[in-house]
Design a protein around this ligand. Structure first.
Ligand SMILES: Nc1ncnc2c1ncn2[C@@H]1O[C@H](COP(=O)(O)OP(=O)(O)OP(=O)(O)O)[C@@H](O)[C@H]1O
Ligand SMILES: Nc1ncnc2c1ncn2[C@@H]1O[C@H](COP(=O)(O)O)[C@@H](O)[C@H]1O
Length: 291
C-alpha cells in the first residue's frame, strides 16, 4: 500500500480550547482549585422551614438530608514507551468514560503548528526525539488540568510525567491520579509501531500501515507521518524513556497497574475498562460513606 509520507505536526485536532494564555510559569496551587471533598457533592436541607403568616401552622422538619450524589471524576495517568499504544487506548477510554484527554504530545504539536512561542521553543526538541524542557511542559499541563472541563469530567493524562522532576512538580501541587496505568511492549514491536504509524489530521484517529490500515482510499490519501517517527528518532525516544521510567514509577508505585500492551487493542482495553470501572466504584463508595 502506498501511504502519504507528508509530515505532520498534529496527532489530533487542536484541543477544544486553544491555550493562548499559556505562560511559562506554572499556576499556583490556589489557582488550580482542585476539590474532591465529598461535601461539595451534596445538597443538605438541615434547616427548618416555616410557611404562612404569624404563628406558623405548618412546619417541615426534614429528618434526612437530601443528597445529590454526582459521579466522582476519575483521574487517570497512562504511560508507556513511545508507540506502546497510549493514544490508541485513550481514544477508547474517552469514548467509554468521558474523561478529558490531555496529551502533552498533542498539546505541543498544536503549539508548533500554531507557531506560538512555546511551539517555536519545543519544535527543535521534538523533531530530534528529545524531551522538551520541563518548565515548558509543566506549565502547559498544569494550566490544562486546572480548566473547568477537566475538573468536572475527570482527566486522562497521556505523556506526562516523563521525568522524575515532572512527577515531583505534580506531587508538589498535590495533583495525583487515582490510578497509574503502564503499558508494557517489547522494543522491536515499539519500533515497528512507530515507523508504521499514520495519523488522520481530520479526525485525530491513529492508524498503522499494517496493524490498523485506513478504512478507505479517502482516509488513506490524507494520512500523515509524524516527523519523529523515523527508526532513528524512535530509538532515541525509547532510550530516553528507559532512562526515566524507574524514577517515575517509584512516585506512583502504590497505584501502579502494569499491563501487557502487546495484545490486540480490544483486549488491552478490556483490562483497562475493568480497572477503571473498579476505581470509579471505589471512589463513589467512598463519597457515599463521607456523606
Ligand atoms: N494493541 C496494539 N496492537 C498493534 N498495534 C497497535 C496497538 N495499539 C496501538 N497500535 C499502533 O501502534 C502505533 C502507536 O500507537 P499510539 O500512537 O497509540 O502510541 P502512543 O503510546 O500514544 O505513542 P507516542 O507516545 O509515541 O505518542 C499506532 O500506529 C497504532 O495504530
Ligand atoms: N512530558 C513531556 N516532557 C517533555 N517532552 C514531551 C513531553 N510530552 C511530549 N513531549 C515531546 O513531544 C514529543 C511527542 O510526544 P508523544 O507523547 O510521543 O506524542 C516527545 O518526543 C517530546 O519531544
Amino acid at each position: 500500500m502506498a501511504f502519504s509520507t507528508t509530515q505532520c505536526h498534529h496527532k489530533a485536532p487542536p484541543p477544544p480550547r486553544p491555550l493562548p494564555s499559556l505562560s511559562l510559569n506554572p499556576p499556583s496551587l490556589s489557582s488550580l482549585s482542585f476539590s474532591s471533598h465529598p461535601s461539595h457533592h451534596k445538597l443538605s436541607l438541615s434547616n427548618n422551614y416555616s410557611f404562612g403568616y404569624g404563628k406558623p401552622h405548618f412546619k417541615i422538619r426534614p429528618k434526612a438530608k437530601v443528597m445529590c450524589v454526582q459521579s466522582v471524576p476519575l483521574k487517570v495517568m497512562i504511560s508507556g514507551a513511545p508507540a506502546s499504544g497510549k493514544g490508541t487506548q485513550c481514544e477508547l477510554i474517552v469514548k467509554k468514560f468521558g474523561l478529558v484527554h490531555i496529551s502533552t504530545g498533542d498539546l505541543l504539536r498544536f503549539e508548533v503548528s500554531a507557531g506560538t512561542e512555546i511551539g517555536r521553543k519545543a519544535k527543535e526538541y521534538m523533531n530530534a526525539g528529545r524531551l522538551v524542557p520541563d518548565d515548558i511542559v509543566t506549565a502547559m499541563v498544569t494550566g490544562r488540568l486546572s480548566q473547568k472541563d477537566a475538573q468536572e469530567k475527570g482527566w486522562l493524562l497521556d505523556g506526562y510525567p516523563r521525568s522524575f522532576a515532572q512527577a515531583q512538580s505534580l506531587e508538589k501541587l498535590q495533583i495525583r491520579p487515582d490510578i497509574y496505568i503502564a503499558l508494557d511492549v517489547p522494543d522491536d514491536i515499539l519500533i515497528d509501531r512507530c515507523v508504521g504509524r499514520r495519523l488522520d489530521p481530520l479526525t485525530g484517529k491513529i492508524y498503522h500501515i499494517t496493524n490498523f490500515p485506513p478504512e478507505n482510499e479517502e482516509v488513506k490519501s490524507r494520512l500523515l507521518t509524524r516527523p519523529d517517527d523515523t527508526e532513528e528518532k524512535a530509538r532515541s525516544r525509547l532510550q530516553i524513556y528507559k532512562q526515566n521510567v524507574d524514577a517515575i514509577l517509584s512516585t506512583y508505585i502504590s497505584i501502579l497497574k502494569k499491563l501487557d500492551g502487546n495484545r490486540s487493542k480490544e483486549v488491552v482495553f478490556e483490562e483497562i475498562d475493568s480497572l477503571l470501572t473498579q476505581v470509579q466504584k471505589e471512589k463513589s463508595d467512598q463519597t457515599k460513606i463521607g456523606q
